[in-house]
Write a protein that binds this ligand. Structure first.
Ligand SMILES: [Mn+2]
Length: 227
């Protein structure tokens, strides 16, 4: 069985009761982008957009050069355009309210700009964009879907190894995060799963043979299945 199916089973996911929020990069690199998107759709999945969704949308529309990817089946599928439209509609920053006995959290694919001090205002402004190709290529969307190491002014480094090696003056974006609300993110596969003081990174490199990781908000619990 595929890792996403096994993960949903491991957390006893119930589409009638639970919400599945994916942190982006559901597609590309892996061998089954189309099947993954269909499963995500069929269980009522929600999420935030990742850089590989941005790539797929821009490459499909011809406004970005097509590189080596694993998107042929998605692009050729009868429901491919509808699935791509779902991806284009995804927000960039999502706030998940807390409840009795559990805390609120922000979801973003890669990370937060140090200058986004009012995250509710930033989320409203970015998510309300036109979701056209120019929006997909905007600095705000690029930052949130690609940052690993940056400066306090929000200049990004291209460095993509582990956080301890960020070349000065760049620092891991989460070291510059001053908010108190927990942030859950993906993207940094070389960093792997980690639990920081106010951030959780869930990209454990499933596509490279690592596990697939979920965080259950109500229980503040990590669940992993092998890749
Ligand atoms: Mn990514």
């Amino acid at each position: 069985m595929r890792p996403l199916e096994r993960l949903l089973r491991a957390v006893k996911f119930d589409p009638g009761r639970d919400e599945l929020w994916c942190l982006g990069d559901l597609i590309n690199r892996g061998p089954e982008s189309l099947a993954t998107l269909r499963l995500w759709r069929d269980v009522g999945g929600r999420g935030v957009i990742g850089n590989h969704e941005v790539y797929a949308l821009l490459a499909r529309g011809g406004s970005w050069p097509r590189k080596s990817d694993t998107l042929d089946a998605l692009f050729a599928a009868p429901d491919g355009e509808a699935l791509l439209a779902r991806l284009r509609a995804l927000p960039v920053l999502v706030y998940l309210s807390g409840g009795a006995g559990y805390s609120d959290a922000w979801c973003v694919h890669a990370g937060l700009h140090p200058g986004w001090l009012d995250l509710h205002a930033a989320a409203a402004a970015i998510n309300a964009g036109p979701h056209d190709d120019a929006w997909l290529r905007s600095e705000a969307v690029s930052f949130a879907t690609r940052v690993r190491c940056c400066t306090a002014a929000g200049e990004r480094s291209r460095y993509d190894e582990g956080p301890e090696g960020c070349p000065p003056p760049y620092r891991p974006w989460d070291a510059l995060y001053t908010g108190s609300t927990r942030v859950v993110h993906g993207h940094w596969a070389r960093r792997g799963f980690y639990r920081g003081s106010r951030t959780i990174g869930l990209d454990s490199g499933c596509v490279y043979g690592g596990p697939l990781t979920a965080w259950c908000q109500e229980e503040d619990r990590i669940v992993q299945v092998s890749g």
